[in-house]
Design a protein around this ligand. Structure first.
Ligand SMILES: Cc1cc2nc3c(=O)[nH]c(=O)nc-3n(C[C@H](O)[C@H](O)[C@H](O)COP(=O)(O)OP(=O)(O)OC[C@H]3O[C@@H](n4cnc5c(N)ncnc54)[C@H](O)[C@@H]3O)c2cc1C
Ligand code: FES
Length: 289
């Protein structure tokens, strides 16, 4: 892991959906040590406002002609000053990145059906997770994905406000996993089946039709979606993990800006730092204030 920000180069920075960009960053050290679900902090060099880096999931790794991982792709939604600044950057310009940070997802071989639940920009930690699960390893991802036996069935339940907000659908489709798409306004992206509703709707249908002990949910997205998902998971006794997108300042474990209330085995709770002990937590242990 890089111990602090490194200055490197942007390889690509393309608009891929409404207000959403995919930025490719050269950083072999981060790409080589990354685990799905981890994130990196990114900062525009030479800028004082905002001064601090911002956290982003690592969406994908990219490789050189010898298949060595040489960098990462992040996918970001423009919401404020930092992300608006990123959107102006061009290939060849410098960028500061630090990572990989946080714990990442962990799956075991009892998982028969992995449900990746994403809302908004919450699909970003799942491409590498799907690739990883497809090759049945929990640390490295490799290309092209190989389908060993047994590999879990994978469904991405992905909800957006409208069809234009979906980003990366072709990347997931290429993996051959099941896609269950929903939009709030009922619009459907070209070439994909999609229905009106929330991402938790198709997830609930899976809960109703398959044995709970083989199911495992990995969820990332807006808080109301995570709260609704947790309720359903408790109701149907389905295990899972959630990646929290709490605001972060230091990314170092020092400032406690990023804390979440997490229960321990005895039922007592404590604040855990999303940047250090997270961002991935056991779904049933998260308490919402
Ligand atoms: C572990 C982790 C992984 C993340 N991965 C990604 C990722 O892969 N892609 C991505 O786009 N974002 C991701 N985020 C969220 C991302 O860090 C924020 O969107 C970013 O910090 C916003 O910075 P900003 O300066 O542009 O906006 P700010 O100035 O910090 O915020 C501007 C406004 O937008 C609101 N806002 C901030 N974050 C969000 C949000 N996520 N959604 C909606 N409104 C928001 C703020 O409340 C504020 O009103 C992740 C967050 C965490 C903690
Ligand atoms: S961001 Fe400072 S402790 Fe997590």
């Amino acid at each position: 892991m890089a111990k602090s920000f490194i200055v490197t180069t942007i390889v690509e920075n393309e608009l891929v959906a409404q207000n959403t960009y995919r930025m490719r960053i050269a950083c072999p050290e981060i790409a080589r040590s990354f685990k799905p679900g981890q994130f990196c902090m990114i900062r525009k060099p030479g800028v004082n406002d905002p001064l601090l880096g911002r956290p982003f999931a690592i969406y994908d790794l990219y490789r050189n002609m010898f298949s060595d991982p040489v960098g990462v792709d992040v996918m970001y939604l423009v919401v404020g000053k930092a992300t608006a600044g990123f959107a102006e950057l061009l290939p060849g310009q410098p960028i500061e990145i630090w990572g990989p940070l946080g714990n990442g997802f962990s799956l075991d071989s009892s998982v028969k059906h992995l449900i990746m639940l994403a809302g908004g920009i919450g699909q970003t930690p799942f491409l590498t997770l799907a690739k990883d699960a497809l090759i049945n390893k929990d640390i490295k991802i490799s290309y092209p994905p190989v389908l060993p036996s047994p590999s879990p069935k994978i469904t991405l339940c992905y909800g957006a406000r409208s069809k234009d907000a979906f980003a990366g659908l072709d990347d997931f489709k290429k993996l051959g996993i099941n896609l269950a798409l929903t939009t709030v306004d009922g619009t459907a992206p070209d070439g994909f089946d999609c229905r009106q509703g929330f991402a938790t709707d198709p997830m609930k249908e899976i809960f109703e039709s398959e044995p709970a002990d083989g199911l495992f949910v990995c969820a990332c997205g807006p808080r109301p979606m995570l709260i609704a998902a947790q309720k359903l998971m408790n109701q149907y006794n389905v295990r899972g993990q959630m990646s929290l997108e709490t605001p972060m300042a230091c990314g170092l474990g020092i400032c406690f800006t990023c804390v979440a209330k997490i229960q321990d085995d005895s039922g007592a709770w404590d604040y855990k730092r999303t940047c250090k002990e997270g961002p991935v937590f056991d779904a049933k242990r998260i308490l919402w204030e």
